[in-house]
Design a binder for this molecule. Structure first.
Ligand SMILES: [Zn+2]
Length: 300
């Protein structure tokens, strides 16, 4: 039986099957791969993409990561872990993600301070290890939200700014520690976009609250020593390995968790962390269409 192995001391959650949804640019190699491993896919002719899902229990998943993992760096993989209703009900903290892209920002760097430049070896691409937003975001354009949608994100990959409309702001309220509502401005005119806000998560999850394990560790920026959480399994499945100590957290706070997918702190991302209280509020008023939650493992 698969369960009886030297790994059986690990929490069961780590062995849970997860489905990963992908939308990747079509190519003959990808097509060949999907056909070889009999992965069902759909083609989107307008976007030129293949849609497919892979279970990490499937042999093809590992092979897929090995051959195509590099293409995923700039993509938003849609991960859907199979959490039961019970697990969702029992969870106390969640990673919050929004899948609705409505705001376009080409160049956000004026609104940020950036530290610790790097040049990655493989791609020779330049970047910064730390970016911190210091003023209201200037955006190029914004599409209207569909009916009964309250939240959205930008088109930029590997950034994680969350936006909401006036209704959501009123429902959620201003009493959350670490949550600020910032105006958004139009880039060319500097005008404030009315009734729309960035939900600025300004409080980092205390680094001491992270439990290090086989898949999660703390790494230091080689230049300035700033600490980040390193997810060895990548963003794809790494979130389910994160364990946090309850005593450090306050359920009327929201936090961001700075993570990296690289030991040298090169690929950075901020996870948005919310408590059960926050989650319940979203559910109660049914304003969470387009939002996705991943429960975090809590250690007492
Ligand atoms: Zn640094």
């Amino acid at each position: 039986m698969a369960g009886i192995s030297k790994k059986c001391y690990r929490p069961q959650k780590e062995n849970m099957e997860k489905l990963h949804y992908y939308c990747l640019k079509k190519s003959k190699y990808l097509k060949k791969f999907l056909e070889k491993y009999q992965v069902e896919y759909k083609e989107d002719v307008y976007l030129g993409c293949y849609y497919f899902e892979l279970s990490d229990a499937n042999q093809a998943y590992k092979k897929f990561l090995r051959y195509f993992g590099i293409y995923l760096l700039g993509e938003y993989p849609q991960i859907q872990n199979h959490y039961s209703e019970e697990e969702m009900q029992g969870a106390e903290w969640f990673v919050l993600e929004c899948l609705v892209e409505k705001i376009h920002v080409d160049d956000r760097w004026k609104d940020m301070i950036m530290k610790c430049p790097y040049r990655a070896n493989v791609f020779r691409r330049e970047g910064y290890r730390h970016k911190k937003q210091i003023q209201e975001l200037r955006v190029d354009s914004m599409e209207r939200l569909k009916k009964r949608r309250y939240f959205c994100v930008t088109n930029a990959r590997l950034t994680n700014e969350l936006f909401c409309n006036e209704t959501a702001k009123e429902i959620l309220g201003t009493n959350w520690i670490g949550l600020e509502y910032w105006h958004i401005r139009k880039k060319n005119t500097d005008e404030i976009i009315p009734e729309f806000y960035q939900m600025y998560f300004q409080k980092s999850l205390p680094i001491e609250s992270i439990v290090c394990n086989k898949s999660v560790s703390i790494v230091k920026c080689p230049k300035c020593g700033m600490q980040r959480v390193y997810l060895k399994a990548g963003l794809l499945s790494g979130i389910s390995f994160i364990q946090i100590k309850k005593e450090m957290l306050n359920d009327t706070s929201v936090y961001y968790m700075p993570i990296t997918l690289d030991k040298k702190c090169i690929d950075n991302y901020d996870l948005l962390i919310i408590s059960r209280k926050f989650y319940q509020l979203l559910k109660k008023y049914r304003i969470d269409k387009g939002l996705q939650y991943e429960p975090l493992q809590i250690i007492y």
